[in-house]
Design a protein around this ligand. Sequence first.
Ligand code: ADP
Ligand code: MG
Length: 395
Amino acid sequence: MHQKTQEHVEKYHDFFGFQFLIYIKLVINNSIHATYSKKAQYFCSMIEDKNPQRTPLSELGEFKLIEHLTDHFKVTQKSTVKGIGDDAAVLSFGKKQVVVSTDLLVEGVHFDLSYAPLKHLGYKAIVVNLSDIYAMNAVATQVTVSIAVSNRFPLEALEELYAGITAASKFYNVDVVGGDTTSSTSGLIISVTAIGEVEKGKEVLRSGAKPNDLLVITGDIGGAFMGLQVLEREKEVFKVNPNNQPDLSMYTYIIERQLKPEARKDIVELLKELDVKPTSMIDVSDGISSEIIHLCKQSKVGVDLYEEKIPLDPQVISTCEEFNLDSTTIALNGGEDYELLMTISQEDFPKIKGNPNLTVIGYMTEEDRGMHLVTRADEKIQIIAKGWNALTDQA
Ligand code: ADP
Ligand code: MG
């Protein structure tokens, strides 16, 4: 395999104009194998066509877009146990099962460098990926890290980013085994792929929940979103008065939840110790209403979620009051908490009862009963996903 393949674009002018002409030479081992020269009809026809069909992505939203683009992909390899549609893919090689997940963080969409320190950002980029591995009940083992950077970033900035990546890889005991580096015309883009392993049969998919299973959440939720609200507010204050040093001591927990979240590696270990295998599991990246809908749809069940059971930190409650926001709405739709949401069989209840890390927030029902929030006033409200959605937000 000593062949050197090189694609060479010789002329490249006026991308969006009509004279767009490209010559591509395919050079293998220094000899020209093919020359391709063609008016780029595709791009031009898109511009010339007076009535092209152009469906705005906001019409679909993130989940429908993924479905639309991917539902024709059929699994053909014997080693693919679970393909698209879960927190991570599950691959089987002999006795070992490997899980793989990938995520992209884009400046201006997922983070704002005016308040996200680069070291924290590096840490968070790893954590959000590992979270998907733990959501499969797997142990994370390796990551690859790819970055696209503009010349706005000096070396020292990237060293900071990598200090965070190093800290996370040490804390979660994963090896950084590769990646890619390229330039970007605008902001910073970070893509991390996480790899893990899980024993055959121990993987937990989104699709295994049964009616009467208990719905269980780890930790507490809504904090990361409220942390973001505080940081956004301080950014606005800073713009008006750059000398103002904000006192954020009242918000330390929620700001940490936003800037330096942790993935629940400990929960995978705890479940093993307790000898509990959840029937389904997902990590909370978009807000629990959207995650609950994923579990219900993929497991073909309904749910009754109890408002009074949703675990909230006192700082979330007080900050919601300050911002005049309803804490239940924030808990349901906030996102970025990176807790684990799972269903467990009622038989396992005695094993988790009283555990401070695990809160029962509802139970699964037959599919035709629907998905509902049971409010403190004992009213039933249908659960709809208002979760964070990059595509509709940016419409
Ligand atoms: P998560 O929030 O857990 O990262 P996503 O909602 O991003 O999950 O993705 C759901 C599923 O769709 C996953 O299996 C993911 O690998 C897959 N997926 C997302 N985007 C694409 C894409 N552009 N092409 C192929 N598969 C995708
Ligand atoms: Mg996930």
